[in-house]
Write a protein that binds this ligand. Structure first.
Ligand code: GDP
Length: 164
């Protein structure tokens, strides 16, 4: 790629319905119609874990996960089951990549639905400590902290590159 231009392969992991598409759309539509930051371009791969039967879509899943430079693990703060699934992705990443040293961000989405919250902020922080990654609570609906997620991940990817 040309000087100053760089594409990042980001893999979104999370149960169906947690807001992966909404987050991505908000990030991209926020940035690209108004101005173009040539230093950050994202190629986003989707992986929707509709259930925990990991046998399904294995080839596609492994292909995404092998190509990913960084992972965004998403759950919804209104869906405890999605939080439990979020905790399982570490093993999945390890199985595909054979290391835990992968740029990673944990995201609890839908904070605009505070009255339906099933997962506390403290629980999210605790899982992020387990993952040794940064943690954001977001609202894709209101575009709260969405940029922080993607920029945080890009920072992680760069930090890892420079430390090699
Ligand atoms: P995905 O399956 O993870 O890609 O989830 P989607 O992005 O398709 O979102 C699933 C549903 O949740 C859609 O109806 C979205 O409009 C809604 N949704 C996504 N993010 C938010 C959010 O931050 N707040 C609220 N209230 N709804 C959201």
């Amino acid at each position: 790629s040309s000087a100053g231009s760089r594409e990042y392969k980001v893999v979104m992991l999370g149960a169906g319905g947690v807001g992966k598409s909404a987050m991505t759309m908000q990030f991209i539509s926020h940035r690209f119609p108004d101005y173009h930051d040539p230093t950050i371009e994202l190629e986003v791969g989707y992986l929707s874990m509709l259930d925990t039967s990991l046998a399904e879509f294995t080839a596609m899943r492994d292909q995404y996960m092998r190509g990913g430079e960084g992972f965004i693990i998403c759950y919804s703060i209104t869906d405890r089951q999605s939080f439990q699934e979020a905790a399982e992705f570490k093993e999945l990443i390890y199985r595909v990549r054979h290391t835990y040293d992968i740029p990673l961000v944990l995201v609890g989405n839908k904070i605009d639905l505070e009255e339906f919250r099933q997962v506390s902020t403290e629980e999210g922080m605790s899982l992020a400590r387990e993952y040794s990654c940064s943690f954001f609570e977001t609202s894709a609906a209101l575009r709260f902290y969405i940029d922080d997620v993607f920029h945080g991940l890009v920072r992680e990817i760069r930090r890892k590159e420079f430390s090699l």
